[in-house]
Design a protein. Structure first.
Length: 243
C-alpha cells in the first residue's frame, strides 16, 4: 500500500490566523475519525479518512524552526495514535515500543516530507497491528482481572501475592502467565503504571510528598530513585523540563 503524500500539513503562524481566509485548525471531529480507525484496526477507512481531509491538516505553530515544527507534530500524532491503539486492545508494551521507535526515527530525519511519509506509513502499520491483535485470542481472564485491579487501585501498595489472591491463583503462576502474555514482569508493569501516573501529577504541579501518598511510594527518595532509573532524571528535573 502506497502511503506517500497521504498527509500534508499547513502551519498557522499565530492565533490571529485561526480563521484567516476561512482556514481553521483541523477539527477535533476529524482527528477523532482518524484515530478511531486506529483503535478499530480499520486500515481501509483510515486511508479514506486521510484522503478525505481537504488538502491538508492545519496545525498551530509549535516552533520557529520549520523542521522542529514537523518533529513536534510527529510526537503529538504518534502519542495520540498509541493511546488509541491501546484502547483498541493492542498490548501496552507493544504500543509504547512502537511509539518510542517512531519518535526516534522522526527525530533523526532532516526533511519534512520524510517525517510526513513516516507518519502516514507508521499510522497504517499501527492500525494493522491493532487489527491483528483483535484476531488473536485476548488476554486470559486472570491477566485481565489483574490489570483491571491495578488500574483501579493504583493508589494502593500492590504486590504479586496480593494480586494472586485477588485472581485466585498462586503468585508463581500469575507471574508466569503475566510475563508470557504481556511480555513484561508484573512488578515492572506495576511500577511503570505508577510512574506514568506520577508524571501526570508532576505536570499538574503536585509535590513529591503528595505523589508518594497518592501512589503508595514509601518515601520521596524511593519515588526519586525509581523515577530516575526509568526516565533518567529526578521528578524535580522532569517538572522543571516541562514548565
Amino acid at each position: 500500500m502506497k502511503t506517500e503524500k497521504l498527509i500534508t500539513v499547513k502551519t498557522m503562524d499565530s492565533r490571529d490566523d485561526f480563521q484567516t481566509d476561512g482556514e481553521r485548525r483541523t477539527r477535533y471531529n476529524t482527528e477523532l475519525k482518524i484515530f478511531t480507525c486506529v483503535s478499530q484496526g480499520d486500515i481501509d477507512r483510515l486511508v479514506k479518512e486521510l484522503e478525505n481531509i481537504s488538502d491538508y491538516i492545519v496545525t498551530g505553530k509549535m516552533s520557529n524552526d520549520s523542521l522542529m515544527q514537523y518533529k513536534y507534530l510527529a510526537v503529538s500524532a504518534v502519542t495520540l495514535a498509541t493511546r488509541y491503539a491501546i484502547q483498541g486492545g493492542l498490548n501496552e508494551k507493544t504500543a509504547y515500543d512502537f511509539s518510542d521507535r517512531v519518535i526516534m526515527l522522526a527525530d533523526g530525519m532532516n526533511c519534512a516530507d520524510e517525517i510526513l511519509n513516516l507518519l502516514a506509513r507508521e499510522t497504517v502499520s499501527l492500525t494493522n497491528m491493532v487489527k491483528k491483535s483483535k484476531l488473536q485470542p485476548s488476554q486470559s481472564p486472570h491477566v485481565r482481572k489483574c490489570i483491571r485491579f491495578i488500574n483501579e487501585n493504583i493508589d494502593k501498595k500492590l504486590g504479586v501475592s496480593m494480586l494472586a489472591e485477588i485472581c485466585g491463583i498462586s503468585p508463581d503462576y500469575l507471574s508466569h502467565i503475566f510475563k508470557e502474555e504481556m511480555d513484561e514482569n508484573l512488578g515492572s508493569y506495576i511500577l511503570r503504571k505508577k510512574l506514568e501516573t506520577a508524571k501526570d501529577m508532576l505536570a499538574r504541579d503536585k509535590s513529591g510528598a503528595e505523589i508518594c501518598r497518592s501512589l503508595a511510594f514509601s518515601s520521596p527518595s524511593h519515588l526519586a530513585t525509581a523515577f530516575k532509573k526509568v526516565y533518567g532524571m529526578t521528578p524535580s528535573q522532569y517538572r522543571d523540563m516541562i514548565k
